[in-house]
Design a protein around this ligand. Structure first.
Ligand SMILES: [Zn+2]
Length: 387
């Protein structure tokens, strides 16, 4: 937090706003990276759309953002030069943000960096690789990305890699980690790169937990016990992940939070397929511009046609994890700018204090809030970095 934030909020030290500002808040996952690249948005300004920019991050008391380096396999392949180029361009975009605005952002690669940058009242930018496509099935590339600043990687997104199963496709039904996949996990352990199980198949999850000698994290997932979707973790998985010392970062995405919402959304997607297709055809730009046009229509229609989900539901998931495995294994991973529907009172980073307010209302202490917002993940970052 910044000194100015401290003096801007006099009032008692147990006021929700004071507790929120005092905590180091770290969001494990946002897709804003692709906006910087494909839409050339200037993140130093308040943006009229989307979920995250510097101004709103400051308003929301955010201190550190893991930017997702997401290679969409349908557009850039599951490996090869194009996938690597797409990852490299996104890493460069995050680095440029910090270089262009050193008074606002600084690239961070360690817990100590995050603490120092937050202490200076700036935002820490961190890098996470979503889906292992960019390592191009070569072990030496894990170190290549580590050296570029990447501090977590999920082996697959919704398309399985040859070495790790995804929760999003048929291959993942039977695929866990291959021998090469296990080598990748051990290499990540050696380097000090966190292993992210969000998006992975159940089999791959269990193989990772059995292989990794370091804490394992889920950067943007929730609980199947409440919302039973493949992207979430069941109770047995949550216990196993906690046993590694890891953290489940709860996502702010209604389909993974609210029971039945995912099926309702699928139905709406089906109903609006023609509308979405026409928007895509009307857009004359490249493939990423067409994707933006499709997402725009989906966002508008979801808002009109689906029931709101509130921050209380996010806290239900946090609560569930805490009741299962205690306060030390839960964090936050918004998936901002990667989702076409948001929680109604957590619709951008500016509304992050609503989460703290709800946690305090449910009986969580200031110390608990600090752990949930970022303390737990700082601990994992330190443990994973230890040689
Ligand atoms: Zn994702």
């Amino acid at each position: 937090m910044s000194e100015s934030a401290k003096t801007n909020h006099p009032g008692s030290s147990d006021h929700p706003e004071v507790i929120h500002r005092r905590a180091i808040a770290i969001d494990l996952h946002a897709d804003t990276t692709q906006r910087m690249l494909d839409e050339q948005v200037d993140l130093s300004q308040r943006l009229r759309d989307g979920h995250l920019d510097t101004v709103r991050a400051k308003e929301g008391g955010l201190d550190a953002q893991f930017f997702s380096i997401w290679v969409e396999p349908q557009l850039y392949g599951v490996g090869g030069e194009k996938a690597m180029k797409r990852a490299d361009e996104q890493i460069a975009a995050v680095r440029q943000l910090a270089e262009k605005h050193p008074e606002l952002w600084e690239l961070a690669t360690s817990a100590a960096d995050v603490r120092r940058i937050a202490g200076e009242g700036k935002l820490a930018a961190l890098l996470g690789l979503e889906g292992g496509y960019a390592i191009d099935e070569r072990l030496e590339n894990v170190e290549r990305y580590y050296k570029l600043g990447v501090r977590y990687m999920s082996p697959a997104w919704t398309v399985s890699t040859s070495w790790a199963g995804s929760s999003g496709d048929a291959a993942g039904q039977t695929r866990g980690l291959t021998d090469f996949g296990k080598q990748v996990i051990r290499e990540m352990n050696r380097l000090g790169m966190m292993v992210d199980v969000s998006h992975l198949s159940d089999k791959a999850f269990w193989d990772i937990v059995a292989t990794s000698t370091r804490p394992v994290i889920a950067t943007h997932s929730a609980c199947r016990a409440i919302a039973n979707v493949p992207r979430n973790l069941d109770d047995e998985m949550i216990r196993a992940l906690a046993k590694t010392g890891g953290v489940i970062c709860v996502i702010f995405y209604p389909p993974f939070l609210e029971p039945g919402w995912s099926a309702m959304k699928d139905k709406v997607d089906n109903d609006i397929a023609g509308l979405v297709q026409r928007a895509s055809e009307a857009e004359k730009g490249d493939i990423s511009q067409k994707k933006l046009a499709r997402d725009r229509v989906r966002r508008e229609e979801f808002l009109k046609r689906l029931p709101p989900v509130s921050v209380a539901r996010v806290v239900d998931h946090i609560d569930h994890v805490v009741k299962l495995v205690g306060i030390d294994h839960v964090g936050i991973g918004s998936d901002f700018d990667g989702i076409q529907a948001t929680v109604s009172d957590l619709s951008s980073v500016a509304e992050l204090p609503n989460l703290t307010r709800e946690l305090l209302k449910r009986g969580y202490s200031a110390g608990d809030v600090e752990k949930i917002l970022g303390g737990n993940i700082l601990r994992v970052m330190e443990e994973v970095a230890q040689k």
